[in-house]
Design a protein around this ligand. Structure first.
Ligand SMILES: Cc1cc2nc3c(=O)[nH]c(=O)nc-3n(C[C@H](O)[C@H](O)[C@H](O)COP(=O)(O)OP(=O)(O)OC[C@H]3O[C@@H](n4cnc5c(N)ncnc54)[C@H](O)[C@@H]3O)c2cc1C
Length: 389
């Protein structure tokens, strides 16, 4: 995107790509379908350490601009739940092929397998690749991404190169990633999916909440809701007191659920405690959770006391799971953290430390919620850096 924006302004542009093809993260995104953006332009979906840094680029190259760009490129789009935008072809390859076509047609010189390993500032800039080629330029745009998905090239290469010129980086953590939780019999739910609402807590304080699908895994929690919540707790798992509070009955509090369950138990007193949830929850959940609440699964509904009923309703609307860690970068969609944005001009994305150097995308300390927002940041910031350079 940055190369296309720069060449559109009439510059001569050379794009160095470490891999033997472009856009490998685009290719694997959205399970190969690429959730390329979101129709929701609320800035609250973007996390920039509360600096407000991302706003300028997002307001300068908006959701509407992005849609117009991709429609002009030839990508018809389809909007799915929660405003998530996908190519009508349902193929991430469409995006990469058309972006590459646009870049080449407009004169961007693309050098594949060019692993930039050194960046030197003199009059302009010299970039040297691992195989010894040197490229000189008046201006350089760095869009080397983050450390997620290392098997397809995710690395901190660019971060190290710009730090060598005086930039600073925060620590970084896997984000939009499954979570490892305290060992409990919840691992017996491995493979079970359910629609839940959940809160992410750090030191007992709710830092994010959502309602979406959860997936139980042998190591802990996954699914869209957990990936989305994970970015808010990732920096705090080490030594911190992080937990996920699950409500298996989204939209209901303990009182409402208790009343609902009592109605069912009164109507069908012969059913076992576990069976009484049939039609309400996936079948595998009650036999695992009820014993953890000291309710035998086979206790007849008629034998569920007032106190039991309260405990069940409270437990199932606020099930606390202690988080021990995130899963590794290999399973993460984004990097939380990156180059400190105080040193970058938010209007042009030019470095304040090294004039003529521009930075965009995930390598900066900006990440976003699940749902196409991370690509939106990549498109908007890439476009602004390309225009700025
Ligand atoms: C499995 C997965 C699924 C995802 N799904 C989605 C999704 O559906 N929607 C969404 O919004 N986001 C998604 N993301 C996140 C999204 O892919 C990233 O936020 C986005 O690609 C970041 O764009 P970028 O241009 O900053 O970095 P990247 O896309 O990582 O691009 C960086 C480029 O720089 C190249 N490079 C790196 N180092 C060097 C070097 N030293 N020399 C030369 N070239 C180099 C890389 O090879 C790469 O081509 C997903 C990520 C993953 C891992």
């Amino acid at each position: 995107m940055a190369a296309i924006a720069a060449v559109d302004r009439g510059d001569r542009v050379t794009l160095l790509e470490k891999n033997d093809r472009l856009g490998r993260k685009i290719l694997i995104s959205g399970n190969g379908r690429c959730n390329l953006m979101n129709t929701d332009s609320d800035l609250a979906h973007f996390h920039d350490a509360d600096t407000g840094f991302a706003r300028r680029a997002l307001e300068a190259f908006t959701v509407e601009d992005t849609l117009a760009f991709f429609h002009d490129l030839g990508i018809d789009t389809r909007v799915e739940k929660r405003g998530r935008v996908f190519p009508a072809s349902n193929q991430a390859t469409s995006l990469v092929r058309l972006l590459e076509d646009r870049a080449q047609r407009t004169g961007v010189r693309i050098v594949y397998s060019a692993d930039a390993s050194d960046l030197v500032k003199s009059e302009g800039y010299s970039v040297t690749t691992a195989d010894g080629q040197t490229f000189d330029a008046d201006r350089v745009i760095m869009t080397t991404g983050g450390t997620s998905a290392p098997s397809i090239g995710g690395s901190d290469d660019g971060i190290r190169l710009v730090c060598a010129l005086g930039h600073r980086s925060t620590s970084f953590y896997p984000g939009l990633v499954p979570l490892e939780t305290e060992r409990s019999t919840l691992h017996k739910l491995q493979g079970v999916r359910a629609m839940v609402s959940a809160e992410a807590l750090v030191d007992g304080k709710v830092v994010k909440q959502d309602e979406w699908e959860i997936l139980f895994r042998y190591y802990g929690l996954s699914g869209l809701i957990i990936l989305n919540l994970s970015e808010a707790v990732a920096p705090f798992t080490e030594g911190g007191n992080v937990s996920i509070r699950i409500n298996f009955f989204p939209g209901m509090d303990a009182d409402t659920l208790e009343e609902k369950l009592r109605g069912r138990w009164n109507r069908h007193p012969h059913r076992s405690a576990a069976f009484s949830f049939t039609g309400l929850l996936p079948d595998k959940i009650p036999p695992v959770l009820l014993p953890l609440l000291n309710i035998p699964s086979d206790r007849p509904a008629a034998g569920i006391t007032q106190e039991d009923g309260r405990r069940i309703a409270e437990g199932l609307t606020a099930w606390d799971v202690r988080v021990l860690d995130t899963r590794p970068f290999a399973e993460a969609e984004v990097m939380v953290g990156g180059i400190v944005t105080d040193d970058i001009d938010p209007r042009s994305l030019e470095s304040r430390i090294s004039p003529g150097l521009y930075l965009a995308g995930e390598m900066l300390n900006v990440h976003a919620d699940l749902g196409g927002f991370n690509f939106q940041w990549a498109w908007s910031s890439g476009w602004i850096a390309g225009q700025g350079a």
